[in-house]
Design a protein around this ligand. Structure first.
Ligand SMILES: O=C(O)CCC(=O)C(=O)O
Ligand SMILES: [Fe+2]
Length: 219
């Protein structure tokens, strides 16, 4: 049903148990608002950066964390340079809860740990993200992903290995993807961005932004 501003029809598609894709869930005004916020979050000393992987390579995706600072592979209260982490915006918590309701038919049950961290990922035309699990969180709460700008191929796999079985889903600007329950620890990644596919009306002419909202369980 969309996020409530200008509803567009969007039928949830279950990709794996607990993993649900809702195409076109974010209204165009909400996409524009999120893109504008991402531009703000990207700036400044606690802004977007590329992280080094444990083996020395650099990630191609640029990231900024809100609420808790994430870099491979841990959360911390402050950035490596000592700067405070940007606060977690309540809007993202509200959108995430509404996203869970859209995907599963009900919001997170009472007593579920609150959403308190978001990773904002920027992909240029060449960026990708290898298959990984989101396993730094200490709470078993669905991850909620919002997609803006260019579409991508999102590979959603299984909880055991980086290999098959997996499903390649095309995530477009405005799409919602939620993975929790039996899919919370599934491997997933972004093998490629599809340049030139963004709707200019949504505020991002080139590149892809992805916001994943999580409950850290770190208190
Ligand atoms: O960009 C995406 O859709 C996936 C991002 C992701 O898996 C992550 O931030 O952990
Ligand atoms: Fe992830």
């Amino acid at each position: 049903m969309g996020d409530g501003l200008f509803d567009v029809p969007a039928e949830p598609v279950e990709v794996a148990p607990g993993a649900v894709h809702v195409p076109g869930w974010l209204s165009t005004p909400t996409q524009r608002e999120l893109v504008a916020l991402c531009r703000e979050w990207a700036r400044g000393p606690a802004g977007m950066r590329r992280h080094r992987m444990p083996r020395g390579g650099m990630m191609s995706v640029r990231m900024v964390s809100l609420g808790w600072h994430w870099e491979p592979y841990r959360y911390s209260r402050t950035l490596p340079g000592g700067e405070p982490v940007r606060p977690f915006p309540p809007l993202l918590g509200e959108l995430a809860r509404a996203g869970v309701a859209a995907a599963y038919g009900a919001p997170p049950p009472a007593g579920t740990p609150d959403y308190d961290v978001a990773l904002v990922n920027f992909y240029d035309a060449e960026a990708k993200m290898g298959l990984h699990q989101d396993r730094e969180e200490q709470a078993d709460v669905p991850v909620v992903s919002f997609n803006l700008g260019d579409a991508c191929v999102f590979r959603f796999g299984n909880t055991e290995t980086r290999g098959r079985p997996y499903t390649d889903v095309e995530l477009r600007g405005g799409d919602l993807f939620v993975f929790g329950g039996p899919s919370r620890m599934a491997y997933h990644g972004v093998p490629r961005v599809l340049p030139g596919t963004a709707d200019p009306a949504a505020g991002l002419d080139s590149g892809r932004l992805n916001i994943t909202v999580r409950a850290s369980g770190l208190g």
